[in-house]
Design a protein around this ligand. Sequence first.
Ligand SMILES: *[C@@H]1O[C@H](CO)[C@@H](O)[C@H](O)[C@H]1NC(C)=O
Ligand SMILES: *[C@@H]1O[C@H](CO)[C@@H](O)[C@H](O)[C@H]1NC(C)=O
Ligand SMILES: *[C@@H]1O[C@H](CO)[C@@H](O)[C@H](O)[C@H]1NC(C)=O
Ligand SMILES: *[C@@H]1O[C@H](CO)[C@@H](O)[C@H](O)[C@H]1NC(C)=O
Ligand SMILES: *[C@@H]1O[C@H](CO)[C@@H](O)[C@H](O)[C@H]1NC(C)=O
Ligand SMILES: *[C@@H]1O[C@H](CO)[C@@H](O)[C@H](O)[C@H]1NC(C)=O
Ligand SMILES: *[C@@H]1O[C@H](CO)[C@@H](O)[C@H](O)[C@H]1NC(C)=O
Length: 500
Amino acid sequence: MSCLITLCVYFLSVLSAVMTKPITEDIDVLVLLPHNNTYLFSYDRVSPAIFYAQRALEADGGPYSGFRFNIHFEKSDCVNDALFALVDGSCRQKPDLILGPVCEYEAAALVRLASHWNIPVVSAGALAAGFRSKSGEYAQLTRIAPSYLKMAETFTAMFEHLHWKSALLLYEDDKQERNCYFTLEGVYHQMSDYHVRLYTFFQEDRLDTDDVLQNIQDAEAVIMCMGADKIREIMLAAHRRGLTSGNCLFFNIELFNASSYGNGSWKRGDKYDNDARQAYASLSTVTLLRTVKPEFENFSKEMRRSSEKAGLLHCDDCGSVNMFVEGFHDAMLLYAIALHEAMKNGYNKKNGTEITAHMWNRTFEGVAGQVSMDVNGDRNGDFSLMAMTNVEAGTYEAVANYFGANGTFQLLPAFNAERFTLTGRHKEPVDINKSCGLGVSALTGVIVGAVLGTALLIAFYFFRKNYRITIERRTHSEEVNTRKHRQLREDSIRSNFSAA
Ligand SMILES: *[C@@H]1O[C@H](CO)[C@@H](O)[C@H](O)[C@H]1NC(C)=O
Ligand SMILES: *[C@@H]1O[C@H](CO)[C@@H](O)[C@H](O)[C@H]1NC(C)=O
Ligand SMILES: *[C@@H]1O[C@H](CO)[C@@H](O)[C@H](O)[C@H]1NC(C)=O
Ligand SMILES: *[C@@H]1O[C@H](CO)[C@@H](O)[C@H](O)[C@H]1NC(C)=O
Ligand SMILES: *[C@@H]1O[C@H](CO)[C@@H](O)[C@H](O)[C@H]1NC(C)=O
Ligand SMILES: *[C@@H]1O[C@H](CO)[C@@H](O)[C@H](O)[C@H]1NC(C)=O
Ligand SMILES: *[C@@H]1O[C@H](CO)[C@@H](O)[C@H](O)[C@H]1NC(C)=O
């Protein structure tokens, strides 16, 4: 009997040793980042975050300490280098995981090949709407930074909240990486229920602000994506035309470069500074909402140290870790969690489909806070709306937040409703009420009420009808725009990138 108990205890201890022993595996990681430090996701900026994550994962005692990451960096150039690096490297051995690339066109080609080879790709880029469709050529892509479509939800939530209906999307096309084109493409797709028009200009052309402002017409909001200097040029021109005093609201989208919006963004030290400050009072910026927790302080301190060591010159924004740096760190965590689960279920590291499936539809603790991945493998985003809250000083504050995971648009104490009201328009006739003041008798009241009700119903019916016709007409002109939009894409230089 006692022998049996001893045996049982022995087996139990063996079993528990097996259970707690971490799963061991060597993982080949191919990381594709540009070396040119003008990119916010350059090797010098992002690689310290990847090593930081590796150290944390491999540290003794953790559930992932049995993983050994062999991290191999290759150069990306936002054109073809990433693809060539994958093909050349794979002649020896295919990687188990690919991190990056960020640039849209480069990612498109690489992800197609990786999906064909069943290799998971996790990127803090590839944000264009076209990557949303994961059933075919982008099956292995997991996006660890919120895509442009997720960003665009901020606008639909805001438009719904503030009852706006029309917008002009105004962007600069560089014909190369086309970040602004893809940014506003996301807004265009997301806002299909609104009256939206497009205006493009090319980077090398002179900006014709008169033509731009003429195109604002009756748009309630202008949503812009372009360089900081062009934004200022347009805001100054709009200010001169009196468009910044409640006739129209201006927005720009700046997700990553914290030094190009907010406090001081209007300042250049020239004679227009004062006008620009006043003009920027009607310019709000949509940017990523960044959360900070104690561990993040540690992480960002170390990232700053690494940046300084690498001698990064453009270090205005080094104080705040950008989204790419954070994203690639969290990509390592997410992959480790997914691989661990897949291996526990008896799959091996070469089954990309299975591992990728474990990365999707889950929430985990990232370096800056909770990271929520949707069922389609795209990160849900949180965004902030920054607006000038003190026009005298020209300082900005966050006035509203949008939480992608639960779709909430939340107004903050600094939100000033007046500032987001269009005062120079919507002078609808409201004289109907005048006849109500007579109040002769109850009966008359009822009759007047009934007549009024009927009139209102009829008016509503005609309004609806008219409204529909207007929408239809607009849809027609939108088609023309869409065609132009598509044509642009098909004409594009390096890829027949087929977005939705
Ligand atoms: C880095 O990129 C910028 C902008 O694309 C370019 O002007 C510059 O020449 C590049 N630097 C190097 C070293 O390639
Ligand atoms: C960020 O914005 C600042 C100010 O507009 C600009 O000088 C800088 O070049 C930008 N950085 C990147 C990487 O785009
Ligand atoms: C910060 O990092 C240091 C060394 O990397 C570590 O010893 C310390 O425990 C960390 N602190 C927190 C709050 O994570
Ligand atoms: C990968 O796992 C899936 C189940 O998710 C299975 O159908 C498939 O056969 C596996 N592929 C390989 C290569 O093992
Ligand atoms: C996503 O996860 C939730 C709960 O974690 C689950 O109920 C749901 O079925 C999952 N959806 C898919 C498509 O796997
Ligand atoms: C802008 O400056 C004001 C006043 O100095 C400060 O309160 C505010 O936090 C700053 N805003 C940002 C976004 O840094
Ligand atoms: C949505 O999520 C945010 C952040 O997680 C939270 O602060 C907020 O209360 C949530 N809103 C609702 C209505 O659940």
